[in-house]
Design a protein around this ligand. Structure first.
Ligand code: GLP
Length: 243
């Protein structure tokens, strides 16, 4: 795993945005996997700014988001769909027919998961996948004890995750208890992966992910086996990394 320790959050965000921009410049029809959460907000700002400078276009890019809360409509302010529109899509020249986010309100969830997986395959697979990480080691919404061979599926969220994500809702009761998420197998099929982490509350999980055993107890540990992962952290999240 390639490790880049940025001076601060802005630095971390810039390095990641530069990598994504390079990917799109080199392959304008790239298939990009996107993440949500607090961590990538700076990354999206930097990416939009590079785009606004005329460095590249999203016209031929296809995107697939990692996950969506079960039951939240795309107009719900807490949905990941809404997040993506606000933080990225409304600022760029992407063709809205090319964006893909699981539909959390689908009547037939199993069919929705199957078709999401098929769409990724038909697009030729993900060229570059952006990831964040939960304090319990989840990636996407693949919580501890997940099956490594899982593809896109409905997952129950851990109490820890519900609590951590309640900061984006008015009360903890409003946080959905489940979500549709790409599985570990879907993520591991991406050709390149960028994992972002910021702040000292992520330092421990980053150290365990890098040096601990590969185990479903820490879903991100599987990334040790991926051939092309770049971990980009700020100083705080990287403080326990042994060089
Ligand atoms: C969320 C998302 C993940 C994200 C993680 C960390 O629950 N499903 O994709 O990486 O938790 O979020 P944050 O960046 O806000 O710490």
């Amino acid at each position: 795993m390639r490790i880049i320790i940025g001076e601060n959050y802005r630095d971390m965000s810039r390095v990641a945005a530069d990598m994504m921009a390079s990917q799109i410049i080199l392959k304008p029809e790239s298939v990009i996997g996107l993440a949500t959460g607090g961590t990538p907000i700076g990354f999206y700002k930097e990416l939009v700014s590079l785009h606004n400078q005329g460095k590249f276009s999203f016209k031929q890019v296809k995107t697939f988001n990692l996950d969506e809360y079960y039951g939240l409509d795309k107009n719900n302010l807490q949905s990941y769909h809404y997040y993506m529109v606000e933080n990225l899509f409304k600022h760029i020249d992407i063709d809205l027919n090319n964006i893909n986010i699981p539909d959390g309100t689908a009547k037939d969830i199993e069919a929705e998961c199957k078709s999401y997986e098929a769409k990724i395959k038909n697009a030729g697979g993900i060229d570059m996948q952006l990831l964040g990480i939960g304090i319990n080691g989840h990636i996407g919404f693949n919580e501890p004890d997940i099956k490594f061979e899982a593809i896109t599926h409905l997952v129950n969220l851990d109490e820890e995750t519900i609590e951590a994500n309640s900061r984006f809702f008015t009360s903890i009761e409003e946080v959905p208890r489940s979500a549709i998420s790409m599985g570990i197998k879907t993520i591991m099929h991406a050709k390149k992966i960028i994992l972002l982490a910021s702040g000292n509350e992520k330092a421990k999980v980053i150290e365990r992910m890098l040096n601990g055993p590969i185990t479903p107890d820490l879903p991100a540990s599987i990334l040790q086996l991926h051939p092309d992962v770049t971990l980009i952290v700020d100083k705080e999240a990287g403080e326990l990394i042994r060089e």
